[in-house]
Design a binder for this molecule. Structure first.
Ligand SMILES: NC(=O)c1ccc[n+]([C@@H]2O[C@H](COP(=O)([O-])OP(=O)(O)OC[C@H]3O[C@@H](n4cnc5c(N)ncnc54)[C@H](OP(=O)(O)O)[C@@H]3O)[C@@H](O)[C@H]2O)c1
Length: 320
């Protein structure tokens, strides 16, 4: 009920006022940056996933809206719905989820909060992994399992076709060709619009590209984890969207003093610097920061639109 009401009268705020929002949240006057400063490539530079899904370049990772250990429902349930609605109000057009989050709970939360989905909002989900009886993460990339996962996601999300369906991770017990082959079949049947991958190497990406067009790759990547640099470069060359997960890793595991200094110098916060750096790093990057906090959500969204990093700021952070 809440989702339907709010979804219908959605976007009461001006979606294109992020910079103003950033200034308001930070208590700053209207911006007129000195000439040596450059805007980070912002979220208004929309990127087309798969060539036809135009989304602003800051998405939302919904995983943190589940209960503890990404299992079950959170308490209170309604708070998660508020966060999802606010994310869309603030301009998020890409929401990332998975069967394994909850499991199932996260997809149900998204449908409850946002269905019927506002125009332009892309729900990206994943299959090929689920949770065991003690909450352990289990890969299951068998073609029949992927089909079952996808059909379950369609029902939970109340969709006839999933815009972006990602293989959560290659299953080492199953040839990758078989798992990707199942995704190609589902795409051929119209159940999936675009196929994405997650947790893959360049070699695995190449294998998949021989079977079906790949629209996105979701790997861990941030200021603090550049282990997927080669995958990102390959995505940039192929114009494949790169959705870095754990984008706020530098904030969660102790803030780097350089990031802290740059944040202070820009009257920003370390998470905002981490996100602005990602947006600047490559035009195919669309970060999907996660939060269960309305305050953090506003902070993260404002960062992407309003934070300017100078060349001097960027130099010690490295571009890759
Ligand atoms: N494909 C995969 O294998 C995979 C793996 C992991 C995640 N993911 C996806 O990637 C998304 C993002 O990953 P993630 O949520 O694990 O990591 P993240 O975005 O790097 O960090 C989220 C954590 O940072 C905190 N946080 C968020 N904004 C903050 C802020 N402004 N200041 C301080 N703390 C802040 C959150 O706590 P609060 O709730 O307190 O804000 C939360 O604990 C997930 O939601 C999921 O969709 C995919």
């Amino acid at each position: 009920m809440l989702g339907r009401q709010r979804g219908e009268q959605r976007l009461a705020v001006d979606l294109f006022s992020h910079e103003a929002e950033f200034r308001r949240v930070r208590g700053q006057p209207s911006p007129r940056g000195p000439p040596d400063r450059v805007y980070s490539r912002g979220i208004e530079d929309a990127f087309s996933i798969g060539g036809d899904l135009r989304v602003r370049r800051l998405g939302f990772g919904a995983m943190r809206l589940c209960g503890p250990n990404i299992l079950g429902w959170p308490e209170p349930r309604e708070h998660a719905l508020e966060v999802l609605l606010r994310a869309v109000e603030l301009g998020v057009q890409l929401i990332d989820t998975a069967l394994a989050y909850g499991p199932e709970v996260n997809e149900l939360q998204i449908a409850e909060a946002l269905f019927p989905y506002p125009e332009g909002v892309v729900i990206a989900t994943k299959g090929g992994a689920l949770r065991g009886p003690r909450g352990e993460w289990l890969d299951d990339g068998r073609p029949e399992a992927i089909r079952e996962h996808c059909e379950g996601s369609l029902r939970r999300l109340r969709l006839e076709r999933i815009d972006l369906y990602q293989l959560h991770a290659p299953d080492r017990k199953v040839p990758l060709e078989d798992s990707v082959g199942a995704l190609a079949e589902l795409r051929g049947e119209g159940k999936i619009r675009h196929v994405g991958l997650s947790n893959v190497s360049v070699r695995e990406l190449e294998t998949a590209l021989r079977i079906v067009p790949i629209a996105s790759v979701q790997n861990s990547y941030s200021l603090a984890d550049r282990s997927s640099e080669d995958v990102l470069d390959r995505c940039e060359r192929e114009q494949i969207a790169f959705l870095p997960y754990f984008p706020l890793r530098p904030v969660r595991f102790g803030v780097d003093p350089t990031v802290e200094r740059i944040a202070r110098a820009n009257d920003a916060t370390p998470p905002q610097v981490a996100l602005a750096w990602l947006l600047r790093r490559s035009p195919v990057i669309c970060p999907i920061p996660g939060t269960s906090s309305l305050e953090h959500l506003e902070e993260n969204m404002a960062a992407a639109a309003g934070l300017r990093l100078s060349e001097e700021d960027l130099a010690p952070l490295g571009s890759g």
